[in-house]
Design a protein around this ligand. Sequence first.
Ligand code: PLP
Length: 404
Amino acid sequence: EKVLPESVLKSSTAPSLIRALFEEGNNLRKVHGDEVCDFSLGNPSLPPPKAFADACLTLAQDPPVDLHMYMPNIGRPKTRAVLARELSKWYNCPITEANLVLSCGAAAAINVLFHSIVAEGDEIIVNAPYFAEYLGYSRNVRANPVVVQCDNDFNLDVDAIEKAITDKTRAIIINSPNNPTGKIYSEELLIRLGKMLMKVYTERLSRNKEASPIFIVSDEPYRRISYIPGELPSIFNCYNYSFVVSSFAKDLSIPGERLGFIAISPALLSPPLITALSTYTRVLGFVNAPSYAQFALELALDAGCDISEGVKEYKSRRDVLHKGLIDAGLECDLPEGAFYLFPRVPAGMDDLRFAAILKEQLVLAVPGRAFGDSNCVRFAYCVDMKTIQTAIPKIKVGVEKAKQ
Ligand code: PLP
């Protein structure tokens, strides 16, 4: 009996390389226990900050009447107001609750936004190395992802992006701090990107008064996991036609709670846009971001919700694993944010081969082709320090074997 249409069979039979490796890790652990060093998944290993845990407890002990109820599709007004206050500081720009839509994580934020601003047949520029789901999210709206390689330092290649733009280009998705490279884009680079896109828009308008701009969708779930001094640049101050999509999965260590948001550039805010975002939140079946998490976020942000200890901890894990990779003879930039290391594979082999050699040593790293770059492998170091220490001598053996 044929249940699935051909198109579904084609698009859903290839399991995500990352998920497949994660499942394999679980099986290997049954035989080898703690000897298995699993760096496959960006699943935060730290507990949520105390302010968030306390908020959950308070809500459980003294639940507001509407704690488990439906709410506006774009989220609780009070939660959005509290978050807007924080975002205005993080983004150095006036953001109000009107600019904010709460979502079921960054994944839903991107899907809801793409449904709202992208039409069938449009092109979405994706920069490699990329978070692989961007390709699927683009296809969900029957748009075509157009992949542009970053430069050798994993920075956006603005000239290459300009060359890839066509009349069908509708949006470009960028991600900083980046998964998988850990790169943080500088303000100068983002301004250069914004200026190039403004030039393209001006040209489009000169040909057609109804032309639309190319939107920047800036995916920033790792924004607050940064190891460089000072504030990160705000895309809103670099380009008017921009959106931030984000999540509390990583900085608050709550990926399973599915809480994120879409922040709209003050220059782009309009009632039809909010109606579209609200409608797609509903008709895609999300309805609203989880209510308990919204209430808890509101209380936690009001209580200060300090995440600096967690960031310090990730930084020390980054430093130990980075040194381990360098000592083992791998080439690897020191990431500026997020919790991933993306070393190049030893000369003369590809990512699949090197990941297989590491797996023989019970070290699970994701082949870089899962992110559009088969010269590298990715280590997610959001694991405990003991796993990192156990892994380092194994990685060294793996590199020696790879070089034989
Ligand atoms: N964007 C990037 C760059 C990510 O790394 C992830 C998750 O790993 C997501 C989006 C999805 O985040 P969420 O779990 O909030 O949907």
